[in-house]
Design a protein around this ligand. Structure first.
Ligand code: PEP
Length: 293
């Protein structure tokens, strides 16, 4: 079986009927990015940043900049999509440090970042500086309405002004996207496309949880937690239809995508870009190569 997996590595990412697909990895930092690249990942589809902490404090701009640059180096020129802090989901010591409630239906992700503009600006400045050093793009988690997107992009604009004033090199046209994990955002995907998102990422872990009102961590809700249900398919189809209008790229990520039975269903909904844990890359590749669109 190992031999078979070894050979798989060298084979192209194409379905049985010849459609190309993209395989990316969900990572935490340079070490697992390295592992993912060795398994043939074409990039990092989700870099979680809530773990990038020192005991008791969040890294400053320069420290974050070095961290993002080391992730780019580990990705060896391949694209890295960074998710801004998702405290409340990313488990960190700093949740406690910040005194956050970590409520799944409360202050999470972008909601928290918009309430902590200094911390958000620090992260965005570090990210836009790193984007000048390699193919890095940025996405916001837990976005619910286009107002969240517009508010986040106003902070981005402020960061551009700061960086220009400081005369620091950065990428003016860094790409920004939205992680779709809230049903309301999927139902209004066309508004995000109209408001200029550069890309969309469907986050199946949270989207399943919020669509089915089934806590992803509660065994007692497991029966209701169905990442490829007809409800999920309807939401994903709405996203795909909206994205197609303006050629906005869509990636799908989350644990469910690492399960080949689901991945093939997502392929058949039109998805061609998949982001999975490094250890699932080859299994998913095998299943997609045997699948038809
Ligand atoms: C997701 O919601 O699908 C996802 C991958 O995010 P998390 O890091 O919260 O699992």
């Amino acid at each position: 079986e190992n031999e078979e997996m070894g050979q798989l590595h060298a084979l192209p990412n194409r379905t049985k009927d010849g459609q190309p697909f993209e395989l990316l990895a969900n990572c935490f930092g340079p070490e697992d990015i390295d592992t993912a690249m060795q398994s043939g990942a074409q990039g990092v589809g989700l870099l979680r940043t809530g773990y990038m902490m020192l005991p008791g404090r969040i890294l400053d701009e320069q420290e974050q900049y070095f961290f993002y640059c080391s992730c780019l180096a580990a990705a060896q020129g391949r694209r890295v999509t960074v998710r801004t802090f998702d405290f409340g989901s990313d488990r960190t010591i700093s949740d406690a440090y910040q005194g956050l409630q970590s409520s799944k239906l409360g202050l999470r992700g972008i909601r928290n970042s918009l309430r902590q503009p200094r911390q958000f600006e620090t992260q965005l400045c570090a990210l836009m500086r790193a984007a000048a050093r390699g193919p890095l793009q940025v996405m916001f988690p837990m976005v619910t309405t286009v107002e969240d997107w517009d508010a986040a992009m106003r902070v981005v604009e402020r960061c551009r002004e700061h960086l220009r004033e400081r005369g620091v090199p950065f990428k003016e046209d860094t790409k920004f996207g939205v992680m779709l994990s809230v049903p309301a955002a999927c139902l209004t995907a066309e508004e995000f496309v109209a408001h200029g998102v550069d890309f969309l990422v469907v986050g199946t872990n949270d989207l399943t949880q919020y669509t089915h009102a089934a806590d992803r961590e509660l065994a007692s809700a497991e029966h209701y937690y169905r990442p490829a249900s007809s409800a999920m398919k309807k939401l994903i189809t709405m996203v795909m239809d909206a994205a197609r209008e303006r050629d906005v790229p869509v990636t799908i990520c989350g644990l469910a995508v690492g399960n080949p039975a689901n991945t093939v269903q997502y392929l058949q909904l039109g998805l061609r870009s998949f982001s999975v844990s490094p250890q699932n890359l080859l299994n998913v590749k095998k299943a997609l190569r045997e699948a038809e669109t």
